[in-house]
Design a binder for this molecule. Structure first.
Ligand code: HEC
Ligand code: HEC
Length: 355
């Protein structure tokens, strides 16, 4: 018994030692295989190919590692929450809670954001303070109201947890784990989270005229027509123009939005125009989760717009307090918004917890 324990101990020390030993004779090989995400031709026609930075191309092993890390609770100080705790697949990688809880139980004052089609985005967070997905993924780990950890601790934990050293070797050709490689892997996985298979896509782009009901078709007409939602939530397959705008929620915005990042008074009250893909799954709505339902959102655009809001966007219809939609029009618009859900995205096993 004692001998077995000793052998166990020696084996552990050797394993830990070899995890750091780059000279080790490898049974695992580094031969990166490029990964191509299937993207429909109509999407590419509008918004181009899925983009990755030259320094971080998508590979099969990079994406697999990123997926594992996205669900890795060791990233948080108490090893209790992962990225996926606040970005849940069934909620289009958003959080159903108005304000996500960090490891300390503390909550912030902004709603989490969906992670959908972000490979085509250039600025991240409600105020746009990060300009790459790699940069974005650095922040939650050390944010005191989110994962409240330090990068040196994360790196130590991963370095001494099998099979991570081997997985990093397969993905990046090194067993020495650092924060740069962690965020690169996570960003690779996030870029694979594409959603273009809603009933709207089938109807509008794939020629299936039965894919939308008649009320949904009326809602689609309103979206691009009278209700002018398309001014900002572009129908160019993204349902956002990736800009930062003020849609007139408040006369005195409690959260300065983009101004918090740029310091410019002309950016006060501006927030990222969010995608509307899978919008039925991402309640509550707006940066501060003020609306619980899509009906409430549509009521806002119909009759509660604050024209006196600072920097209200020129793309907002200038109809006093809103569009004055009839009750039938509001119902139709909500029905259309719900047709933007993509059940294959919400249940795709390639995006789920691999652990
Ligand atoms: C405690 C909850 C929580 C955790 C954990 C968390 N996030 Fe978030 N995430 C948020 C909130 C809240 C925002 C919006 C914050 C803001 O705008 O200030 C956000 C924003 C984002 C965005 C921006 C999306 C966009 O459209 O601009 C991305 C991407 C993202 N998170 C990815 C991650 C990744 C990757 C991790 C893990 C490393 C992670 N998040 C961990 C709550 C969380
Ligand atoms: C001037 C540009 C603009 C127009 C026009 C516009 N929106 Fe928005 N929309 C935004 C911005 C900006 C936000 C985020 C605001 C915030 O959180 O402070 C938003 C948020 C939303 C949200 C909440 C998304 C989320 O993830 O929380 C929904 C739903 C929405 N809009 C639907 C619509 C509909 C329906 C219309 C047409 C009636 C419309 N929008 C017209 C800019 C616009």
């Amino acid at each position: 018994m004692r001998k077995l324990l000793l052998i166990g101990f020696v084996a552990t020390v050797v394993a830990i030692g070899s995890a750091c030993n780059k000279e080790k004779v490898d049974t695992v090989v580094y031969s990166p295989v490029p990964l191509t995400v299937p993207v429909p031709a109509y999407v590419k026609n509008y918004v181009g190919e899925l983009q990755s930075p030259a320094a971080n191309p998508l590979t099969v092993d990079g994406v697999a590692l990123g997926r594992k890390l996205f669900y890795e609770k060791m990233l948080s100080n108490t090893s209790t929450i992962s990225c996926a705790s606040c970005h849940k697949q069934e909620s289009a990688f958003d959080d159903p809670f108005p304000f996500s809880k960090g490891t300390s139980g503390a909550i912030g004052n902004r709603n989490a954001m969906a992670v959908v089609n972000l490979a085509w985005n250039k600025r991240f967070f409600w105020d746009g303070r990060r300009n790459t997905l790699e940069g974005q993924a650095h922040d939650p780990v050390t944010n005191p109201i989110e994962m409240a950890n330090t990068w040196p601790i994360v790196m130590l934990r991963l370095q001494f947890t099998r099979p991570y050293p081997d997985l990093f070797f397969k993905a990046f050709g090194t067993r020495t784990i650092d924060s740069t490689l962690v965020v690169r892997a996570i960003a690779q996985f996030e870029r694979t989270l594409v959603s273009f298979d809603s009933r709207f896509d089938k109807y509008f782009y794939q020629g299936d005229s039965a894919a939308l009901t008649v009320p949904e078709q009326r809602g689609l007409e309103l979206f691009t027509g009278k209700a002018m939602c398309n001014n900002c939530h572009l129908m160019n397959t993204m349902f956002t123009d990736n800009m930062f705008r003020n849609n007139g929620l408040d006369i005195n915005p409690a959260d300065a939005g983009e101004m918090k990042f740029t310091g410019l008074a002309t950016d006060k009250g501006k927030f990222k125009v969010p995608t509307l893909r899978n919008i039925a799954q991402t309640a509550p709505y707006m940066h501060d989760s003020r609306f619980a339902t899509l009906e409430q959102v549509v009521d806002f655009y119909s009759s509660q717009v604050q024209q006196g809001s600072p920097n209200i966007d020129e793309h907002m219809p200038d109809f006093g307090t809103g569009l004055n939609l009839t009750s039938q029009e509001r119902t139709d618009l909500v029905a259309f918004l719900k047709s933007l859900s993509d059940s294959s995205f919400l249940t795709n096993k390639a995006f789920s917890d691999p652990n």
